[in-house]
Design a protein around this ligand. Structure first.
Ligand code: HPA
Length: 257
């Protein structure tokens, strides 16, 4: 049993060297993870886009990834996400704790439950991102001096193209703070499996039309790289302590009809 996992987004492709790679078969396809021993405990690491960043956002096998983690026994997931900012409060390099999402994806299967044998299941989205893992992230971040810019609403677009300026204006008007292409359905599927899932955004660019000039794509790897080590350390520090599912509703969020 491996209880805890980290999903690495753009720019985060490993957490240690000399790890044991593992291929996991699921009914949705294969997933690839590393098992890493840290602080005396084995933690699962999954690179969302693959180790070589070879899988674009719309083609990621989200169901295989989450199902594989579930098969390994994972109950707690921290994820990183490279995001663009459409809120002037958040700038390149900032760390934002994702608190909710707006889903503008178009072609993805967003559930494990497709009727028949799998049943008809509705999942509560009052707290898509585990309130306990979020709170623990803030507490541990303070201890290691990681500056968190605040909570943000994540707009998930289909990609792989970036957004038009009109789209960003709209997303911003309806309450979006940061924009990415991967958090839906990842967060939804984790919740369907009764897992605690939290995601931390690292701002890599200002969204289209936010800057006066054409959108500048800052060096994404660098923007993520500056903060990724600290964010990872905070994840691992939280994982060092005892965690449970008593302080959130993640394990009780599905309603089977
Ligand atoms: N839009 C969508 N996804 C992204 C962006 C963006 O501006 N930056 C990083 N991922």
């Amino acid at each position: 049993m491996f209880l805890k996992a980290i999903i690495g987004g753009t720019g985060v492709y490993d957490i240690a060297e000399n790890v044991m790679g593992k291929e996991i078969d699921t009914e949705y396809g294969k997933a690839y993870v590393d098992i890493v021993k840290i602080n005396g405990e084995e933690i699962v690491f999954l690179a969302r886009h693959g180790k070589e960043h070879s899988v674009p956002p719309h083609l990621i096998n989200y169901r295989a990834n989450i199902k594989a983690l579930e098969k390994l026994g994972v109950k707690y997931i921290y994820a990183t996400a490279a995001v663009g900012s459409c809120n002037p409060r958040f700038n390149v390099g900032d760390v934002v704790v994702i608190k909710d999402f707006l889903d503008f994806t178009k072609s993805r299967v967003t559930t494990f439950y497709e009727g028949g044998k799998s049943g008809v299941v509705h999942t509560d989205m009052s707290d898509p991102y585990c309130i306990n893992l979020r709170k623990r992230f803030y507490e541990e971040a303070q201890k290691v001096g990681l500056n968190i810019k605040g909570d943000g609403v994540y707009v998930c677009t289909e990609g792989p193209r970036f957004e038009s300026a009109a789209e960003i204006k709209f997303y911003s008007m309806i309450g979006g703070d940061v924009v990415g292409m991967t958090n839906v359905p990842e967060v939804v599927l984790a919740k369907e499996m009764g897992m605690c899932y939290a995601a931390v955004g690292i701002v890599t660019n200002l969204c289209t039309g936010i800057e006066e000039n054409a959108m500048v794509l800052h060096d994404i790897q660098n923007a993520v790289g500056d903060n990724k080590e600290k964010v990872m350390n905070v994840f691992l520090n939280v994982f060092k302590e005892k965690i449970d599912q008593e302080h959130c509703r993640c394990s009780k969020s599905t309603m089977r009809l």
